[in-house]
Write a protein of this length. Sequence first.
Lengths: 257, 277
Amino acid sequence: MSVVDIRGVSKQFKGGTVALEDIDLEIEQGEFISLIGPSGCGKSTLLRVIGDLVEPTAGTVTVNGKPARQARRDHDYGIVFQDAVLYDWRTVAKNVALPLELAGWEREKRHERVAEMLELVELQGFGDHHPWQLSGGMQQRVSIARALSFDPALLLMDEPFGALDEMTRERLNAELLHIWHASGSTVVFVTHSIAEAVFLSTRVIVMSPRPGRVSKVIPIDLPQPRGPETREDPRFFELATELREALHLGGHVEIPA
Amino acid sequence: MNTQPVAVAPLERGGVSSMVGRRAADWLPAVAVLIGVLALWEGLVKGLHVQRFLLPAPDAIWSAFRENQSTLWHAGWFTFQEALGGFAIGCTFGVLFAVVVARWDLAGSALMPYAIAANAIPIIAFAPITNAWFDPLTKTSKMVIAAVLCFFPVFVNTVRGLRSVKPQQLELMRSYAVGELTVFRLVRVPTALPFLFTALRVASVLAMIGAIVGEYYGGSLDSLGANINQDASLFQFEKAWAEIFIACIFGIGFYLAVCVAERYATRWQPRMDVAGN
């Protein structure tokens, strides 16, 4: 059974902008999917449609075999944004425990689970700190721990490492793959970094803007588990080149100012 | 991966002294300035033979204070009760209105322009009128003016606080499919607290001003304002100054109490003490 099933989804915003047009996408259990494309291609909107944070104007979205709304109510997915979105008045441990609190977990079980999660993201010993005492990369790891704390079948990530420096980003990429292997969850990952998409994914969905559409799907056949050596694999460069060309064929090339 | 050094060292927990954020030695410069100013004041008044109705010397004020201590404290307490009552009423209404306005946009667009305009009105000008509305000898008439003074800053700031929640924090809550009340309790209230306390500090000062000025226009002779007014017109300037001194003590005490409550309620915030360290 597919974890996410998107059929004929379109989204037109109130101002008339067509963010998504007729998207079909099926995501299998255990996949790591990247959505990549220039800004305005609707990749973040598509992620939010899966999470029922944005309602599509047409089409259906099924998550875990049920309508997206029901899946959201059942806490079937965890989400990570570009900013860590931590609540400053809560300690790191209490931020991670938040979804568990809302789901009515007992205090003992919560403590146990939070300790496990902090270990997973290698932040043991930081539970009593407040978010502002941590670096950007550490904050984002707290956010990932929080998203995974209730063991969701699906992890939605909206450019989670976009605001971090290259070094931190590469390290967190490797950590994320490790977490993905350990948790066995399915990941949908929005990015605009070619290297990140190729390194992380099992499949890359290339999107083009105005209106947002899927222009190409590239399976990434790099061997698992991946590590620093993956980035030097000739196949890595081939795939990165293929992806770069697919993005350019999408019509619109962004030239950074 | 190794744990990196923390950007900011965790705070030590401590008692009131750490809440005020200073060691005894940090107070020395301020104490020295106080002593210097008092000495200069005393010296200038004596040396230049300043008339006592213009400015009495500190030692004369101090002896007036000593002589009238029990009545002074009594009057201070009387006025403080008015201020506190007005503060409680005004802040309660300010917060309640803010919650309604922040929740329902229609209420906001209907009321906010007037609230902001009213915030710029010198409300203290209404003091004589509240004395006409309520019996000027009761505490109620002074509580009303104090309450009206406190209302606006609390209302306007709380609305701003409740609305300054980051959209992504709400989006995350939506992903958890929780109700509006939960979002209010877990996100909006904590976000608004620093804004609210900024307003409460201002309101504590305004409440004392409101009560005392209200008393100038007629009030019980148990009160500070009526006494200051009377003693000044009877040329008992030392006693009037001693009453002002008592008003300062209660006013500063009130302000500090709000500050301590703020530190406690928002102890998660990064701290800077008075010196900015």
